[in-house]
Design a protein around this ligand. Structure first.
Ligand code: ADP
Ligand code: F6P
Length: 322
């Protein structure tokens, strides 16, 4: 067994259901390997400000099923500057922190890479509802988020159908359409609009018109945030599509709630592997899944990777919704 290490763990960026399960796995496994674990609060802010407290194995009891993050999270612009990174490094030295597990999205990975390059080994765990991290097939939080969206859209469909309306539902995803695609197909959305494709409102209206001709009188249109104004779209659908339209911006409800089994399991696996890497003195890696197997990559290389959007699934969704 290696010498006792002090291992920090933090959550950063947007929270994601399953982050607590990852914190639990990192903590329990690191303690099992003979190390001490320190919780760093509010992302990289806690590192810069020394908001760091030891966490024991019982402190992570009863959190595997809880959404949010017991370590809190934040965005920390200071960490993008050399001065912030140096302050963080100094805190690590003062607290005797030998390595850090960073749970977050690709922004947080950049922070983990920068800190690793300055001598503090970091292991990154993908945690973001957007599932937009190219080096892994899956990021913690996505399954819970799409299930939340599906539950909400099922409710919206009831009222949309009762009123013969068109519901335009905006979902999160930042610059990626994975939430819209998976939730859209699972709810039978008539049209899915994602950043990876083109927003062609004429196409949407054409589909509504042809579908109306086939007797269907209610529609679900799912769109990723940041592509277009849903209110303008609703007005155009009413004017040119001939159907009353309503808009719903689902917002932060998508980030909350108890993690699904899939998220709890993925978080436990990734947390376990992150702890094993840190134990071996390895840093500057991101853990993830490749066709179900756990893998790890150099963080800088991981940040360069690109993932193809599933056009097949996108096409299937549209072929079968009319
Ligand atoms: P996410 O991790 O969910 O992608 P952000 O992109 O907001 O979320 O990043 C979270 C935090 O990671 C930022 O507030 C900042 O502290 C850190 N970060 C982001 N980009 C960089 C960078 N280029 N260099 C260092 N740290 C960064
Ligand atoms: O990355 C997760 C996410 O929820 C994105 O889908 C969204 O664009 C963003 O974070 C919203 O961030 P916030 O409201 O916390 O600033």
């Amino acid at each position: 067994m290696s010498a006792v290490k002090r291992i920090g763990v933090l959550t950063s960026g947007g929270d994601a259901p399953g982050m607590n399960a990852a914190i639990r796995a990192v903590t329990r496994m690191s303690i099992k390997l003979g190390h001490e674990v320190y919780g760093i609060y509010r992302g990289f802010n806690g590192l810069i400000n020394g908001d760091i407290k030891q966490i024991g194995k019982r402190m992570v009891s009863g959190i595997i099923q809880r959404g949010g993050t017991i370590l809190y999270t934040a965005r920390c612009p200071e960490f993008k500057e050399e001065e912030g990174l140096q302050k963080a490094k100094q805190q690590c030295i003062e607290h005797g922190i030998d390595g850090i597990v960073v749970i977050g999205g690709d922004g947080s990975f950049r922070g983990a890479r920068d800190l690793s390059e300055r001598g503090i080994p970091c292991i990154a765990i993908p945690g973001t509802i957007d599932n937009d991290i190219a080096c892994t097939d899956y990021s913690i939080g996505f399954d819970t988020a799409i299930n939340t969206v599906a539950q909400m859209v099922d409710k919206l469909r009831d009222t949309t159908q009762s009123h013969n309306r068109c519901s335009i539902i905006e979902v999160m995803g930042r610059r990626a359409g994975y939430i819209a695609l998976q939730a859209g197909i699972s709810c039978g959305a008539e049209y899915i609009i994602v950043p990876e494709g083109k927003l062609n409102i004429k196409e949407v209206i054409k589909k509504i018109q042809s579908t109306l001709e086939h007797g269907k009188q209610h529609f679900i249109i799912m769109i990723t945030e940041g592509i277009g104004d849903v209110h303008t779209m609703a007005r155009m659908i009413e004017e040119f599509g001939g159907v009353e339209a309503r808009t719903t911006i689902l917002g932060h409800v998508q980030r909350g709630g108890n993690p699904t089994v899939k998220d709890r399991v993925a978080a436990s696996q990734l947390g376990y592997h992150a702890a094993c890497l840190i134990d071996k003195g390895i840093g500057n890696r991101v853990v993830g899944f490749d066709r179900g197997e756990i893998v790890d990559h150099d963080i800088a290389e991981a940040l360069e990777m690109k993932r193809e959007f599933s056009n097949d699934l996108y096409d299937i969704a549209h072929e079968i919704s009319f």
